[in-house]
Write a protein that binds this ligand. Structure first.
Ligand code: OKP
Ligand code: ZN
Length: 335
């Protein structure tokens, strides 16, 4: 399978994050990107498809802000990474906010998503990687891998969150639709629920969003990913959430995967986007499932057996030493 990335994706390097109330090193590190490149080889450089396909998903004002947030932070005399800390959760309404802190809060769902010097360039490069992988598949490849980093599935049309700034899977899916493939399925197998992707397609009847993840009663992002979230309006029934308990291993994971794959078939999808997180790995430092490298090979093979043109987009996975081999094992399922 061909794979795509942009060197700028290594330039997003926030210093630290809040974890259980303490500061710790930022888990979504540039080393993740290097580790996957190391295992897969250099691959192909992403092509630049410009801003238009990103604007098909994201709000223009959000993009403009994301692009300048770090410079505004510096202009306010700040050192370190830009981070919001007040969130307009109640009765959010349009306000002409000026202060950088206020704007960071207004465009964030949490404090896991600092904006550092290289953030825009890295997120933009990752989105172009997703578009390049999609272009390869639309051009006839059976599958392609977008080595996206930072990940994308937690951010919505106008907010960042959970290490995510641009929703790469959504951008790829919309690009397929722009090229005439209307029925798309997005299968999210990251440990965490892809709340941003769900949000973007919640009322869309053409795009199925199916996700297997840690039950949000225990894990990030808590407020989304519950089984009773099933889509709305024309998208009613086109969101499928399969939350699983902490400690889940392949014996319990495989049946949920089969349920999700049945839904992809029932949707009549012409193309599949897989949001792949290797944070379901038994050795992941911030997650609590028990999948092994062999399980990733089996998972990849089962998904590949759908026989759909597939774009695999990288999401999480924080056991850096095992990450490259885990990704390779998953992608090997398509061989
Ligand atoms: C991103 B992806 C713990 C605080 C919460 C956010 C987790 C985002 C996961 N350090 N961190 O789905 O792998
Ligand atoms: Zn995750």
């Amino acid at each position: 399978m061909r794979h795509f990335s942009d060197p700028a994706q290594g330039r997003h390097a926030p210093l630290r994050e809040l974890h259980n109330g303490e500061w710790m090193d930022y888990a979504e590190s540039p080393a993740r990107f290097e580790a996957i490149l190391q295992a897969l080889g250099p691959g192909e450089p992403a092509r630049d498809f410009g801003l238009d396909p990103i604007l098909a998903v994201h709000d223009p004002a959000y993009l403009a802000f994301l692009r300048e947030a770090h410079a505004l932070w510096r202009a306010a005399g700040r050192t370190g990474d830009a981070l919001g800390y007040v969130f307009p959760v109640v009765a959010r309404r349009p306000l002409d906010l000026e202060r950088i802190d206020a704007r960071m809060g207004a465009y964030s769902m949490d404090v896991s998503t600092p904006v550092a010097a290289g953030t825009w360039a890295a997120a933009y490069g990752g989105a172009q990687s997703a578009l390049s992988a999609m272009d390869a598949v639309l051009g006839g490849d059976a599958s392609a891998f977008a080595l996206c980093r930072p990940p994308g599935h937690h951010c919505g049309a106008d907010y960042m969150g959970g290490y995510c700034y641009l929703n790469n899977a959504a951008i790829a899916a919309r690009a397929a639709q722009a090229r005439g493939i209307s029925r798309v399925a997005i299968l999210d197998v990251d440990y965490h629920h892809g709340n941003g992707t769900q949000d973007i397609f919640y009322e869309d009847g053409d795009v199925l969003f199916a996700s297997i993840h840690a039950h949000p009663k225990n894990d990030f992002p808590f407020y989304w990913g519950h089984a009773d979230e099933r889509g709305a309006g024309p998208g009613e029934g086109k969101t499928l959430n399969l939350p699983l308990p902490q400690g889940t291993d392949w014996t319990a994971y495989a049946p949920a995967l089969d349920t999700a794959l049945d839904a992809v078939r029932a949707h009549g999808a012409d193309l599949l986007v897989v949001s792949f997180g290797a944070d379901t790995f038994v050795g992941d430092p911030i997650s609590h499932f028990k999948l092994t490298r062999e399980d990733y090979a089996a998972m990849g093979a089962r998904i590949a057996a759908l026989g759909l043109p597939s774009v695999v987009v990288m999401e999480g996975g924080y056991a850096v030493d095992a990450l490259g081999a885990n990704v390779a094992a998953f992608l090997g399922g398509w061989d």
